[in-house]
Design a protein around this ligand. Structure first.
Ligand code: UDP
Ligand code: MG
Length: 313
């Protein structure tokens, strides 16, 4: 199978028939063998009925229905598990992404050898203040911390080599940072393609203001887990030890001043309190690292590594 189109959707009943017809048209024009996997993320409108109806007319359309709304990441994760095509395309269901981009996104994977290609909504038709400007800030932060040169990490339209989607697990709201997950999994050829974008035709956006907070926290945790998830002590232990010894050194200095140079009033000096604080924080950090280490030693995933090849085994 050439292509799996994975579409997460939540209350998108009006868009589905039009979107499907458009994808089918593009697939036929290019002679692709394909499947369309629609993941209904607990919609409370008629989306699932429409999926069943569409499937009756085209057996290549497949559906997964969640019992409740789990979020876009969960939907993508299930879609990735089910996908069978050589190349997997993800796109939003709201018709803001154009299926006409699919052939080129597939070509870049097959011919230019990219592991994944991310769309870039260079000209974007969303609200400037609530979407476009915050998104620029987020992308700059993600670019700096991950060193992946992308302009639009969270673009819904992306293509992947099959191996990539089978190697990553998306949970929480990590769909914003899939390129970083792919990089952590060892896929370094991450490309970008400028894609067309349109204003939402039907329905409303599913992401409110919470995405600022969640987006920031997720970036912090994804970078942290990727870097220190398997060795928490290297982070907490280092800073804990440094902080503890800084406090200890200050105490030493204060003690020497008192006993050898007769400087009294040790407890009245700001340094004294700073030293106490540094030692307490240091101990706390060290303990956090130690507990983290104990937890990761007991985790069933402590020895999960992605193995690329084996021979003679
Ligand atoms: N979506 C989903 N589950 C959710 C929220 C969104 O499957 O809990 C889907 C939604 O139906 C759409 C895609 O994710 O297909 C992108 O959502 P939306 O268009 O609302 O995001 P925006 O374009 O406003 O960032
Ligand atoms: Mg949208």
């Amino acid at each position: 199978m050439d292509l799996s189109i994975v579409i997460p959707l939540y209350n998108e009943e009006e868009s589905l028939p039009e979107l499907t017809a458009w994808i089918e048209k593009v697939m036929q024009e290019n002679n692709f063998s394909y499947e369309i996997i629609m993941i209904d993320d607990g919609s409370i409108d008629e989306s699932w009925k429409i999926i069943e109806h569409l499937r009756a007319g085209n057996a290549g359309i497949k559906g997964i229905k969640f019992q409740r709304n789990y979020g876009k990441s969960a939907a993508l994760n299930e879609g990735f598990k089910a996908a069978q095509g050589d190349v997997i395309i993800t796109m939003d269901a709201d018709m803001q992404d154009s299926p006409d981009e699919i052939p080129e996104l597939r070509r870049m994977i097959m011919e230019e050898g990219f592991d994944m290609v991310s769309g870039w909504k260079k000209k974007r038709y969303d609200n400037t203040l609530t979407k476009n400007i915050p998104s620029k800030l987020f992308n700059a932060a993600a670019r700096r911390s991950s060193k992946i040169k992308l302009h639009d990490f969270n673009c819904g339209l992306k293509s992947y080599k099959k191996k990539v989607v089978k190697s990553i697990e998306i949970y929480g709201e990590m769909h914003r940072y899939i390129p970083i997950l792919a990089k952590w999994a060892g896929f370094r050829k991450i490309g970008e393609k400028v894609v067309g974008h349109r204003a939402r035709k039907y329905g409303v956006t599913k992401f409110g203001w919470e995405r600022f907070v969640n987006g920031f926290l997720d970036l912090a945790s994804i970078m942290f887990v990727g870097k220190f998830g398997k060795r928490p002590m290297h982070f907490f232990g280092l800073w804990g030890t440094l902080s503890f010894f800084a406090g200890f050194a200050i105490f030493l200095y204060l003690t020497i001043s008192k006993f050898f140079f007769d400087i009294t009033g040790m407890t009245q000096r700001p340094l004294f309190f700073f030293a106490i604080l540094a030692m307490i924080i240091g101990t706390q950090l060290f303990l956090a690292g130690f507990i983290g280490e104990l937890i990761s030693r007991n985790s069933p995933e402590r020895n999960n590594y992605l193995i690329e090849k084996k021979e003679g085994l």
